[in-house]
Design a protein around this ligand. Structure first.
Ligand SMILES: [Zn+2]
Length: 172
C-alpha cells in the first residue's frame, strides 16, 4: 500500500528471497518488487505475524468487520485494477492465510493486488493511476462496485461475496 519514503539505510527486508521494497518519495510511490519469478497460482508466502487492527489505510479486511495489519514488507503491495497477486485470508485457520500469484510474475515486477478483493468500504478512497486498460478510476471498496467489476480481477474474498449478497448487490 506504500508508505512515506523511508531511509534505505535502516531498511531490513522481511522476505528478501521473495520480494523487496523499492522506496520512492511521496505517498503510495514506493512499491514491492519480486526478487524471483512466480508462476500463476503459486503461493508467494504465508502471512505470518499479522495482528488485529481497526480499519485503516494499511490494513486488510478478512471478515465483515475484521481487519489485520500485515506487519511485513507486504504492506507495500500497491493496488492495481489488473492485479498480479491476491491475499487469500479465506481459511478459518490463520496459519493458512497466504498471498499467491494470480499470473506469471517475473523478477523485478511490482506486486499488486485489487484492494476491493478484500476491502468492502475503504478507510481512505483514492484515485487510481494504475494505467491498466481496466482501470476503475476511483477506488473506494467493493461496496461501490457492480459484480462484473469484482469478479474479473482474479480473486474475491468470501466476506466480500457475503456482504455483496446481503446488500443485494449480487443475487445469492
Ligand atoms: Zn486502476
Amino acid at each position: 500500500m506504500g508508505l512515506e519514503h523511508q531511509d534505505n539505510v535502516t531498511y531490513i527486508p522481511s522476505h528478501p528471497h521473495l520480494f523487496r521494497v523499492h522506496f520512492a518519495p511521496g505517498f503510495h510511490s514506493s512499491s514491492l518488487k519480486a526478487t524471483r519469478d512466480f508462476v500463476a497460482g503459486e503461493e508467494i508466502c504465508r502471512l505470518e505475524g499479522v495482528t488485529n487492527a481497526e480499519n485503516a489505510w494499511d490494513t486488510i479486511q478478512y471478515g465483515k468487520n475484521q481487519h489485520i495489519r500485515l506487519n511485513s514488507d507486504l504492506v507495500y503491495v500497491n493496488h492495481s485494477c489488473d492485479p498480479n497477486i491476491a491475499f487469500d485470508l479465506s481459511s478459518a485457520n490463520r496459519e493458512d492465510w497466504y498471498s499467491r500469484a494470480l499470473k506469471t510474475i517475473s523478477k523485478g515486477d511490482a506486486l499488486s493486488f485489487f484492494y476491493p478483493s478484500t476491502e468492502w468500504e475503504m478507510d481512505q478512497p483514492f484515485e487510481c493511476w494504475c494505467g491498466s486498460g481496466a482501470c476503475l478510476g476511483q477506488i473506494k471498496g467493493a461496496a461501490f462496485l457492480p459484480r462484473e467489476e469484482l469478479e474479473t480481477r482474479g480473486y474475491v474474498s468470501p466476506h466480500i461475496r457475503t456482504l455483496a449478497e446481503e446488500r443485494g448487490i449480487w443475487p445469492s
